[in-house]
Structures are given as C-alpha cells and as structure tokens.
Design a protein around this ligand. Structure first.
Ligand code: SF4
Ligand code: SF4
Length: 223
C-alpha cells in the first residue's frame, strides 16, 4: 500500500484538464504533413508514357520484400516508356510495406514516389496487393494513356531533360496486348537443376516465380 494513495492519481488529474487530442475520424480527416509517407504512385512523363523502366532496384532496396517487378521490352507497336524497357508487372504488398521510402530513394528515374494517402486498411489480403493499374498516376492535361509512340524527334534522354512537355499532336493510344499479369513459371527445372536430378526435397522457386517480392507465378498473394 503506497504511503499516499491519492498521489497515484496525480497524472490522471493533471491530464483531465489538458486539451483533448481526440479526432473525429473518419468524419474529419486531419491533413497530413506535406512529406508524409503514404501510398506509392508510379509517375508518368508529361506525354503520358511511364517513367518506370522495370529495373527492379526498388524491389531490391525494399527491406520488407514488399515489391514485385517484372520488366519487359518496349516495341514500336506497343510502347509504354520512352526507352528500351518498361515495368510490365508492378505490385506492392501493403501487408508488408512499412512505408519507409527506401524504394523511392532507390528509383533512378523518379518513377516511384509516395502520396499522402494513408487509408490502406481492408479486409482481404488480395485487395492490399496493389497492382500497376492501381499505382499508376492518372492522366493530366496534355497526356495520352500508354502505350503510345515516343514524341517524334525526341530521345529517352530528352524526356529526362524535360524537353517533352506534352503528347505530340495526333498521338493516339496503341492497342495494348499486355495484361500485366505475372508471367507463367516454367513447369520443369533444367536438366542441371537439383529438382530434375531427382531430389524430391528440393523446394526452390521455379524461374518466373518471385523470390524476393509479393506474388507467386499464379498471381496469388503470398500467405
Ligand atoms: S516504403 Fe514499403 S515498399 Fe518501399 S522500401 Fe519501404 S517497405 Fe518497401
Ligand atoms: S519504380 Fe523505379 S526502381 Fe522500381 S522498377 Fe521502376 S524504374 Fe526501377
């Protein structure tokens, strides 16, 4: 038994007269700090082409293994970014992400940034794995949705030097055939792989399946 039982209520009494910090969320949403780390965004060039080049540096920088990227080659018939490669599949698992921003630091093209959006709760795992379509920035004035041709006479370098400020007149969206679905993994290992040599206990991921990201080859969220 303490010497003075009333002293134990000192903190309680002191806080009773302080200004209340209760917030009426979600009716009132307090604005975040300008540099708050919220949901990611995949940015576009001013003509609508995508900045992501599918290099996977963000995925390798992520300490939580929350990002899965598959790059692919652009073609003149289906061009998503000004250069050689683009991010064909891009996913962020918000069940893993700790919103640290290291992926943003690692991105060489400023394709990846973070928004102030913080309402990332849901009741299913699948809905918290954001796909490229969900992460890609919306279209602003002067943009044409990808895929489409590069601005005539411009190079990839010109894009990064800010020389392209809008889509060229007459730019039309090319017919997309890329679904952005994760590619199917190989059914078998090569002859030199341990699994093919009859090692039944070998459980390595087949090629095409993520080894450091979010999704298995079937597109199913990792459990
Ligand atoms: S912000 Fe999220 S996705 Fe990016 S590096 Fe940190 S944990 Fe990974
Ligand atoms: S977001 Fe940036 S770092 Fe990540 S794959 Fe695209 S270009 Fe590379």
């Amino acid at each position: 038994m303490p010497e003075n039982p009333v002293a134990g209520f000192g903190v309680t009494f002191k806080d009773m007269f302080k200004k209340r910090l209760t917030e009426q969320y979600p009716e009132y949403k307090k604005p975040t700090a300008p540099r708050f780390h919220g949901r990611h965004q995949l940015n576009r060039h001013p003509d609508g082409l995508e900045k992501c080049v599918g290099c996977e540096l963000c995925a390798w920088a992520c300490p939580a293994d929350a990002i899965y990227v598959e790059g692919a080659d652009n073609t003149e018939e289906e061009r998503y970014s000004p250069g050689e490669r683009y991010g064909r599949v891009y996913q962020i698992n918000y069940l893993r992400c700790i919103l640290c921003g290291l992926c943003v630091e690692a991105c060489p093209t400023r394709a990846l940034t973070m928004t102030n959006e913080y309402e990332l709760a849901d009741d299913s795992r699948e809905s918290l794995i954001y796909t490229k379509e969900e992460l890609l920035a919306g279209l602003e004035d002067g943009m044409v949705d990808s895929p489409h041709a590069i601005y005539p006479g411009m190079t990839e370098k010109d894009y990064y030097q800010g020389l392209v400020t809008e889509a060229a007149p007459g730019t039309v969206r090319q017919t997309p055939t890329d679904t952005g679905a994760p590619q199917k993994s190989a059914d078998t290992f090569g002859v030199d792989e341990p699994a093919a040599a009859g090692d039944a206990t070998f459980d390595a991921a087949p090629s095409g399946r993520m080894t450091h990201g979010v999704v298995t080859s079937s597109g199913e969220g990792e459990r």
